[in-house]
Design a binder for this molecule. Structure first.
Ligand code: HEC
Length: 135
């Protein structure tokens, strides 16, 4: 009897531990994402073109289509739409993924850092207090 209660605890502890692990793996660390986004701010603002195009509403936008920014042909003709997957591919190594792009940025190579960065970018770029009307 005592033995079986004990093994029930062991099983429960295992479930709690693996649920905790699964949650930890899925949840983005927005603080880490913000930290990595600091590098983007050298060239990008949310609401206006700087060296790069504005990031407001970039997720879901067709690549190279912000009116008033002079993109390279590589970007304009990429046929991409920015989503979690294409951002992940591009930001890993922009110049290799898109030869000819003018985004002179080495990339964020760590997959977890990239996921955090993309989660942060998705959040701030869709904040309609800052981004309303910016396509
Ligand atoms: C050295 C300057 C520079 C840095 C740093 C930089 N970018 Fe860029 N980015 C650009 C330029 C320039 C373009 C336009 C590229 C082109 O036309 O080929 C661009 C384009 C983009 C685009 C395409 C947007 C669109 O409208 O299609 C995305 C997305 C992007 N950058 C995200 C980022 C993120 C996220 C970071 C930080 C991890 C970052 N960039 C860092 C200069 C930079």
């Amino acid at each position: 009897m005592f033995r079986s209660i004990k093994s029930t605890y062991v099983v429960l502890a295992g479930i709690v531990a693996s649920a905790g692990f699964a949650f930890g793996a899925a949840a983005a660390d927005l603080h880490n994402g913000e930290h990595h986004y600091e590098e983007c701010r050298t060239c990008h603002a949310l609401d206006m073109p700087v060296i790069g195009p504005p990031h407001c509403n970039v997720v879901g936008r067709k690549a190279g289509t912000f009116t008033g920014f002079e993109y390279t042909d590589a970007m304009k003709n990429s046929g991409l739409t920015w989503d979690e997957k294409t951002l992940d591919q591009f930001l890993n190594d922009p110049l290799t993924f898109m030869p000819g792009t003018a985004m002179g940025f080495a990339g964020v190579r760590d997959p977890k850092d990239r996921a955090d960065l993309i989660a942060y970018l998705t959040k701030v770029s869709s904040d309609q207090k800052v981004c309303a009307g910016i396509k």
